[in-house]
Write a protein that binds this ligand. Structure first.
Ligand code: C2E
Ligand code: CA
Ligand code: CA
Ligand code: CA
Length: 277
């Protein structure tokens, strides 16, 4: 029996690698995860460089998996996209974010808008704008408290663009995420009612490495301002970067130097401490 077991294992091992097995197991437990409320949001502050106050937070999903522990999105968002699970998951994320806004309000916290990441697949769904309106209504949250971070892939889909206009008209703010990693650049921005541009971490991480004044970041900031967009720098890890970005005219910063993503219950204490500094 031992012999057979080992042989079986070898066969299994050759046909599927460890990653495939893990993906299979995760995909199997998506539905349970949703039913058991295993998905949670952590919140990362976005800081206004003018006032040094936290003016919004980004919600980042985590999966408290019963067997695998706390999983980060890099482990399951790709799978959720390819399996279609990203649609119910995305709605759950918006629901959790809106419920949280309601809870912070109840606790007497000064209201901070929450930004959620929305997958291009979800944006294109015909029922999406209506579902968002229902969630806002159910949680008694005003649309101005919700922001959606979209990627430039979403701007290439006709239906998604129609929905972005609808959402924006309803008062939901839109941010273009990961700017500088794709190809669209500024050309597509004119067709989409975006309020904010988030410059990707990969561009920010190099700004203090040399004395060349990082022309890509500074010209992005200048162009964005000309289009009346707020500019957020992502992945800000050092004080030097903060100083550099402020000089370059960047509006907001987000990154480990300001604050790491944290559970909802830690945010009130964080804000109190941050604003006292
Ligand atoms: P993103 O939208 O670009 O989010 C920023 C990521 O950078 C987060 O990783 C955040 O924890 C990390 N980060 C923030 N500041 C720093 C820093 O100073 N240094 C470094 N090295 N990293 C920093 P996270 O939470 O692992 O999320 C990864 C990606 O997963 C996100 O990238 C986003 O594309 C996706 N994601 C997260 N939550 C959701 C969600 O609810 N729905 C969807 N569709 N995607 C999500
Ligand atoms: Ca984002
Ligand atoms: Ca980003
Ligand atoms: Ca990114």
């Amino acid at each position: 029996a031992k012999q057979a077991g080992r042989g079986q294992y070898r066969f299994f091992d050759q046909s599927l690698n460890r990653k495939d097995v893990e993906s299979f197991l995760l995909e199997q437990s998506f539905a349970d995860g949703l039913g058991n409320r295993e998905f949670v949001l952590h919140y990362q502050p976005q800081v206004d460089l003018e006032t040094m106050r936290v003016t919004s937070v980004e919600a980042l999903v985590r999966w408290q998996h019963p067997e695998f522990g706390l999983l980060y999105p890099d482990r399951f968002i790709g799978l959720a996209e390819s399996s279609g699970f990203v649609i119910p998951l995305g709605l759950e994320v918006i629901r959790l974010a809106c419920e949280q806004v309601g809870q912070w309000r109840k606790a007497g916290l000064e209201p901070v808008p929450v930004a959620v990441n929305v997958s291009p697949h979800q944006l294109a769904r015909p029922e999406f704008p209506g579902q968002v309106a229902e969630i806002l209504e159910a949680c008694q949250v005003s649309p101005g408290m919700l922001e959606m971070e979209i990627t430039e892939t979403a701007m290439l889909d006709k239906q998604a663009v129609v929905h972005l206009h609808e959402l924006s008209k309803a008062g939901i703010r839109l941010a273009l995420d990961d700017f500088g990693t794709g190809y669209a650049g500024f050309a597509h921005l004119e067709a989409v009612p975006v309020d904010k541009l988030k410059i990707d971490r990969s561009l920010i991480s190099t700004i203090c490495n040399s004395h060349d004044d990082s022309p890509i970041v500074s010209s992005t900031i200048i162009l964005a301002k000309r289009m009346a967009l707020k500019v957020v720098a992502e992945g800000v890890e050092t004080r030097d970067q903060v100083v550099h970005l402020k000089v370059a005219g960047c509006d907001m910063v987000q990154g480990y130097h300001l604050g790491r993503p944290m559970p909802a219950e830690d945010l009130p204490g964080f804000l109190e401490h941050f604003h006292r500094l």
